[in-house]
Design a protein around this ligand. Structure first.
Ligand code: DGL
Length: 274
């Protein structure tokens, strides 16, 4: 049986923060990163559109030889994961798997919050989907979850403004709005893969004593655990330590923006979806 790389999909560059952590923990595997940069952001798009775009990306990654695809995007995980698993996997190939990043993130919080009040900062799409509160309710029914959409954070990151002084206003604004909703919050999940690039500013405006969670390390640990529990999938994942990058935008644009996320030179290929 032939093996293939693990597919990592995001609407844009944010999934690179997840890829980085996964490669840190599992450098021996091969990866394909696919960023749908030409159609980002997904955060403000409808359920139907995010599902359609995500399905196209999964089909393409399967066609490239991936047996396992991680939706390294909260918006796609929230709005498309279940539909792809239920409507498409059987038809495409029931042996392949698509995983999201919301559940592994939620699993991490149970032992962290003492007040049992948790905040989620995410895109409008992820907040409106209520995926985080629903997942938390399943695993930790005693935990109160409050969400705050941060619609300007992804554009700040994508436009290389994450460290500019102009970003401070919008970082503080959404943090204050979250804590105004629930002052008992002691743990905040950054529920968007772009947000770790704003971490310095987020920490600046987050009151000390509130723990901020970047999901990459929890997603990486969960994927490693998944492959240990599923040796039949592990043998289908090739292990030459290689990583290839694909974007629906121009190669040059991807390389210049990806350098904000990755500290290594990369080669990128352009593809079209849909
Ligand atoms: N990276 C996506 C996420 O984690 C957000 C970017 C977008 O809106 O497309 O939700």
């Amino acid at each position: 049986m032939y093996s293939g790389p693990i597919g990592i999909f995001d609407s844009g560059y944010g999934g690179l923060t997840i890829l980085q952590q996964i490669r840190r923990v599992m450098p021996q595997y091969d990866y394909i990163y696919l960023g749908d940069n030409a159609r980002t952001p997904y955060g403000t798009r409808s359920f139907e559109v995010v599902y359609e775009f995500t399905r196209q990306a999964v089909e393409r990654l399967f066609a490239m030889g991936c047996h396992l695809v991680v939706l390294a995007c909260n918006t796609a995980s929230a709005k498309a994961l279940r539909s792809v698993q239920q409507n498409d996997l059987e038809r495409l190939d029931p042996q392949r798997r698509v995983l999201g990043i919301i559940r592994p993130t939620v699993e991490s919080i149970g032992g962290m919050t003492h007040s049992r009040h948790v905040g989620i900062l995410a895109t409008e799409g992820t907040i409106l989907s209520a995926s985080y509160p629903l997942e938390v309710k399943k695993l930790f029914p005693d935990v109160v979850v409050t969400g705050q959409a941060c619609p300007l954070w992804v554009p700040l990151v994508e436009n290389n403004e994450a460290t500019s002084s102009g970003a401070d206003y919008f970082v503080q604004k959404y943090i204050d709005a979250l804590l105004a909703q629930d002052p008992l919050i002691d743990t905040v999940i950054l529920g968007c893969t772009h947000y770790p690039l704003l971490l310095d500013k987020i920490k600046k405006y987050m009151p000390s004593g509130i723990r901020v969670i970047c999901q990459g390390e929890y997603v990486a640990a969960s994927l490693q655990d998944y492959l240990m529990r599923h040796p039949e999938m592990d043998v289908r994942c090739s292990k030459d330590g290689k990583c290839r990058f694909f974007t629906t935008e121009s190669k040059e644009k991807f390389i210049s923006s990806a350098s904000l996320f990755l500290q290594e030179p990369i080669e990128v290929e352009h593809i079209t979806l849909g």
